[in-house]
Design a protein around this ligand. Structure first.
Ligand code: NAP
Length: 286
């Protein structure tokens, strides 16, 4: 079995990002990211801290707006409106999930599309679905991270059958359109799909993202498949694991992305990559 390591891919991508940020700084432009957090979950605070750590490493400014869980939708929208107008802020996002009082859909679509580093705004989602070439567009981070991971490891995508077991807005749907951009043949599967196992077994590339620890055993894969495990779960011993039951892959000679150390390290990078793309566009596109 060959490892689709996100650690090596990350290091390579980071070099290119550093170069681009340095070029912006030579022009006295420091990309600046605003982060809005209004939940007390430990996981969210870790995700936010990781994003801020990467900003620091790259010399990017980040500003955290930590709001109490009692924040109303109106207050949240007012903050977004202020940040949209602030010329010193190049990109912003709201760390999901938000508290019960917040209408996520309204919040996501209140962010100015030109500052939408998550690429969740309807306008940006529509752009990647309709573009004949999406290479210069911002892209949803997890999906973009999967594609960059495959590219780094020189996995051919053109003409390949790709089974994506997930239909969420952050994983499955954007991945389908990004695979189409690579001339692959994506099939989206979900909890109501029939013959999920049989379809996965035919696929050259399988994306597992159901969020269930060790759900997929060897019987789901052909023996030389490329498996990208997006799932982040805890096993019975509270250890971090993916959706794939790695121990079951006995005669497997294909590729597998590990959890941790696979897609995860790529996702945060893609957010900062979107920030850099948007900052350049705000300063004349170079
Ligand atoms: P989600 O919205 O709950 O989506 C899960 C998807 O899996 C749904 O489409 C669901 O189908 C499908 N599903 C569940 N059980 C299934 C089954 N038995 N057979 C076929 N399909 C099944 O979750 P998400 O936000 O997309 O995240 C998915 C996983 O990826 C989670 O573990 C999350 O932590 C992880 N994740 C990782 C990263 C990263 O950077 N590595 C980023 C984001 C998410 P229905 O639509 O029919 O319910």
């Amino acid at each position: 079995m060959k490892l689709l390591s996100g650690i090596n891919a990350r290091a390579n991508f980071l070099k290119s990002l550093k170069r681009q940020v340095a070029n912006l700084k030579k022009r006295n432009i420091t990309p600046t990211l605003a982060i809005i957090l209004n939940n007390d979950s430990y996981a969210s605070s870790v995700y936010v801290a990781n994003k801020q750590k990467l900003c620091k490493e790259l010399g990017i400014k980040s500003k955290l707006f930590k709001l109490p869980a009692s924040t109303t939708n109106k207050q949240m929208l007012a903050l977004i409106s202020r940040l949209n107008k602030d010329k010193k802020i190049n990109g912003l996002f709201v760390q999901l999930p938000t508290s019960d009082k917040i209408d996520d859909d309204a919040v996501i679509n209140a962010i100015c599309p030109d500052k939408d580093v998550d690429c969740f705004h309807n306008q940006n989602v529509g752009k990647i679905w309709t573009a004949s070439d999406a290479s210069n567009l911002i892209k949803p981070c997890t999906a973009a991270g999967v594609i960059e991971l495959l590219k780094f490891h020189r996995i051919p995508m053109e003409g390949k059958l790709v089974a994506i077991v997930n239909r969420s807005n952050i994983v499955g749907k954007p991945l389908a359109t990004l695979f189409l951009q690579e001339n692959a043949t994506p099939v989206i599967l979900h909890s109501r799909s029939k013959n999920t196992k049989e379809i996965c077994k035919q696929a050259d590339i399988v994306i597992t993202a159901v969020g269930r620890a060790k759900f997929f055993d060897q019987s789901y894969f052909k023996k030389d498949a490329v498996i990208v495990d997006v799932g982040i779960n805890r096993d019975a011993n509270n250890k971090l694991c993916g959706d794939v039951n790695v121990e079951s892959l006995k005669n497997f000679i294909g590729w597998l992305s590990p959890v941790p150390g696979g897609v995860g390290p790529m996702t945060v990078l893609m957010l900062i990559n979107n920030l850099v793309i948007l900052t350049k566009k705000q300063h004349g596109g170079k």
